[in-house]
Each structure stands twice: as C-alpha cells, then as structure tokens.
Design a protein around this ligand. Structure first.
Ligand SMILES: [Zn+2]
Length: 214
C-alpha cells in the first residue's frame, strides 16, 4: 500500500507543466524558451532525439566496416612493411602469448562499439514503436552504453603510445593506418548518438498519463 501511495505522489516535470534545464537542472514552467537562471535553451525532451540518434547510428554502423577492414597500424622493420587491422592485431597478440592484451583489444575495439550501436539501435526502435516492455531494464541498457563508451578510446590510445614508443628506436618505425581514423570516427559518433538519445522517451510511453507522451 505504501508503494501505491508513493507512486501516486510521483510525477514527471512534464506532467507538472515544468521543464528541467539540461545544464543547471533548474525546473521552470514549460512556457519558458530559455532557462531563467543560466540562459540555456529549454526543452521538455531533447529536440529531434529519435531522428538525430538514428542518423548518427547509421553513420557509425557504416564507418564500423572500414574501421575494422583497413589497417590500424603499419610497422616498417628493416625495410619490410607490415599492416595490421584490429582483428589481425588481436590474432598477433594471441599467437605471441599476450592473451590479456588480445582480449582487451578485442573487447574494447570490436565488441564494445558493436554492442553500443546494437543497444542504442534497439532502444531507438523500441521508443519509435511506443514499446512499454521492461522500461527499467531498457534504462539500465542505456546507462551501460554510457559506462562502456569511455573505454572505446583505448585502442586509439594504444596506437598513439605505440607510434610514440616505437619511433624512438631507429630500426623500426610505426605509423597509424587509415583504419585508426575511421575507428576514432566510430567512437566519437557513437558517443554523440548516446548523448542525443533522450532516455526519458523510454518512460513517456509507460507513464500513467498517456496523453502526456509523444
Ligand atoms: Zn539552466
């Protein structure tokens, strides 16, 4: 009964005719176009969230292919050049027995970006279809994409450190390949996609006031 009493008291800012500032979190009436405290444009929900996130996700998915198919690094040792993609790098580390590095690169560079695109794609489709399926779990999925997102830059970091370290020696030289550029683009674009997605859309459809959604 206590839970019922509590849920009758809970309402969203939108249901109360208010909108929260995304920068300073101040609640203002929805009639305001700008936050009266910090001047940030006020929106009840992120404007064009679904179309912007869709466009960014499609771009990320397209760039994911050259990021994995083109070489990340080119190592020149005594005049011999060897190019490595992310996957061939993982295989190289596995063969040389450095399996922790192989697992780390596989998770950070292949699995995480794909997982992030997949989860955001699923959330987007579920919101677009007005799904009321397990909103708490879908919100958890969104939080997961934000949590893992920051680790996707690990690969770019590894390439940067490798280039700096190996080029110190005169015998071998290493260059970042075109794959690195595409990979960095995938990481940045999926981060932007997670930011443009408004997780409140998940709850709008599940809200008790159906007229409020949309
Ligand atoms: Zn503000």
């Amino acid at each position: 009964m206590e839970q019922e009493a509590l849920s009758s008291l809970i309402q969203t800012a939108r249901q109360a005719g208010m909108a929260a500032c995304e920068v300073c979190l101040l609640l203002s009436p929805r009639s305001c176009t700008r936050c009266p405290r910090c001047g940030n444009p006020l929106h009840s929900r992120k404007p064009g969230s679904i179309s912007r996130t869709s466009a960014l996700l499609i771009a990320a998915l397209i760039l994911y292919f050259p990021a994995n198919l083109l070489p990340m690094t080119t190592v020149v040792t005594l005049g011999q050049a060897q190019s490595d993609t992310i996957l061939s790098g993982v295989i190289y580390f596995l063969q040389t027995g450095s399996w922790p590095i192989a697992i780390l690169i596989f998770i950070a560079s292949i699995l995480v970006p794909l997982l992030k695109i997949g989860i955001l794609g699923y959330l987007l489709i579920s919101v677009k279809r007005g799904s009321t399926f397990r909103p708490v779990d879908r919100t958890r999925l969104y939080r997961l994409t934000e949590l893992v997102g920051r680790w996707s830059m690990l690969d770019i970091f590894v390439v940067t450190v490798l280039v700096a370290l190996v080029n110190l020696g005169a015998i071998a030289s290493i260059q970042a390949g075109p794959g690195a550029l595409f990979f960095a683009a995938v990481v940045v674009i999926t981060m932007a996609a997670a930011m443009t997605f408004d997780p409140r859309l998940i709850w709008d459809r599940c809200s008790r006031e159906k007229s409020d959604a949309g």
